[in-house]
Design a protein. Structure first.
Length: 343
């Protein structure tokens, strides 16, 4: 009997200690969650206040912190951003639906987010845009230097012009859109793709359904992820930078074009570089480029003609080496025309 009583007593003590440890863990987890929730609320408040000092108003009505006990997230009933215009007319007003962000309590440096449609963007000097989707999700990872990588995925996006009386004029739609960026040392890797894209604008050329993608590295641009992008336009941000274009591809099913190579952008936006272009059905691609971008008509037609003379066959595609010097494009000794500067 004494031995049995000792075993029972030890079992009870074990259960007590298990309960005490569980309570301590629960208390510690709760304390950590509420501490981090307070820090998140304070940081968001500070970001909004700092933006206001710079003249930008950020709205997040119905803001709440949620996710106890294992997640930490921020919820807004809507999102608004209003930045005043400057001498160059860079003002912006954007409104979107509800925003939900969350991070696991054990991995607070990775944040995922969902934003509800629609997004209305009204910028000076450009027509207002009405962008809608079925599901839009984003994720971002942070490290000691700030944002380390970011990704955006949208299902069934539709870009339209906002019209009076809540009307919409669709311009473009796709089955899926993805954009990814990551820091790699001091460089920035970017990948963008659009699947089953369709041009819907009534005055646009009759283009077929297409897939499009781009994969490139911009040297010295890692700080763009922290918001340190020079200038107000893409041309100003790229001025003086070099990079590698691993692939810029347009796929129409029975016809395709893919460009790759190293490039450099001068201070005035003029491009230089050495590239390789692989084309299936070059005449059709040239005709489509001429319809979509009339300013590139002569370059596209000259290139389609040159491919037959200086190109080679590789896996059913015509491949040609291109040289771009201060905006002047050539295939070997054959001049093809002028490539416009990036503005």
């Amino acid at each position: 009997m004494a031995a049995s009583s000792d075993k029972t007593s030890r079992a009870r003590q074990a259960y007590v200690w298990v309960g005490v440890v569980a309570l301590l863990l629960a208390g510690g987890l709760s304390g950590a969650w509420y501490y981090l929730a307070g820090q998140l609320e304070a940081q968001v408040t500070q970001v909004i206040a700092d933006a206001r000092v710079q003249g930008t108003e950020i709205g997040c009505p119905g803001r709440t912190v949620f996710g106890y006990p294992f997640r930490l997230g921020l919820r807004c009933d809507a999102v608004t951003i209003e930045a005043p215009g400057d001498a160059r007319g860079q003002g912006l007003r954007a409104t979107a639906g509800a925003l939900r962000t969350a991070a696991q309590i054990y991995r607070p440096n990775r944040v995922v987010a969902e934003l509800d449609s629609p997004l209305i963007v009204d910028a000076q000097q450009t027509p207002p845009l009405d962008i809608r989707w079925q599901l839009a999700q984003a994720s971002a990872s942070f490290w000691s230097d700030g944002m380390d990588q970011v990704a955006l995925v949208a299902d069934r996006p539709v870009v339209a012009l906002a019209q009076p009386a809540a009307g919409r004029l669709p311009l473009f739609e796709a089955d899926r859109f993805e954009a990814h960026a990551r820091r790699r040392a001091d460089d920035l890797d970017i990948a963008v793709s659009s699947a089953v894209g369709r041009v819907l604008a009534p005055d646009a050329p009759a283009l077929p359904v297409f897939d499009a993608s781009a994969d490139l590295t911009i040297t010295g641009a890692a700080d763009w992820l922290a918001g340190h992008m020079d200038g107000h336009t893409l041309g100003e941000a790229l001025a003086g930078r070099a990079g590698t274009l691993r692939s810029l591809k347009l796929d129409l099913g029975d016809a395709s074009a893919e460009l790759s190579g190293d490039f450099m952008v001068a201070a005035d936006g003029i491009l230089s570089g050495d590239f390789e272009l692989a084309v299936a059905d070059p005449q059709r691609i040239a005709a489509l480029v001429a319809e979509a971008a009339p300013q590139l008509r002569s370059v596209a037609q000259s290139l389609a003609s040159a491919i037959g003379f200086v190109g080679r066959q590789d896996n059913g595609r015509n491949v040609v080496a291109l040289s771009l010097r201060d905006g002047n494009l050539s295939a070997g000794v054959i001049p093809l025309g002028q490539v416009p500067a990036i503005r």
